[in-house]
Design a protein. Structure first.
Length: 132
């Protein structure tokens, strides 16, 4: 049986709760829900939606990079957004950041998120042979 290995993300804010930013297990990396928290731990909850999206996506990519992966390795992304009206703006930023990567995805409208954020993103990525 393979071990569950926490992903350590250098130069990033430590998780605010009892969880890892990401874990590797069985050839997959699971990225915990990422808010728009900057690497220094400061929040973007009071900033525009677009800035929150870019920061949350950057955090997802930061966890992947710490695992030796990139957006092309993503298998599934789930975005939780406050306000279904934010969906088109999310989609445009997501497409810009992800480029050619098109993992399976769900966008889930929710009534509210922790700390007053408007977006939270989690993900699953497949490890490449050279990233195991």
């Amino acid at each position: 049986m393979s071990r569950i290995e926490p992903i350590i993300v250098p130069d990033s804010a430590a998780p605010a709760g009892h969880y890892s930013a990401g874990v590797r297990h069985g050839g997959l990396v699971y990225v915990s829900g990422q808010l728009g928290v900057r690497p220094d731990g400061s929040h973007t909850a009071d900033r525009p939606f677009e800035e929150q999206v870019r920061t949350a996506l950057a955090n997802v990519l930061r966890v992947l990079a710490a695992a030796g992966l990139g957006p092309e390795d993503l298998v599934k992304v789930t975005a939780y957004i406050v306000g279904v009206g934010n969906w088109p703006r999310f989609n445009a930023i997501y497409a810009d950041v992800m480029g050619a990567a098109k993992p399976a995805r769900a966008v889930v409208p929710v009534p509210e998120l922790h700390y007053g954020y408007l977006i939270e993103i989690d993900a699953i990525a497949a490890c490449r042979d050279d990233a195991l």
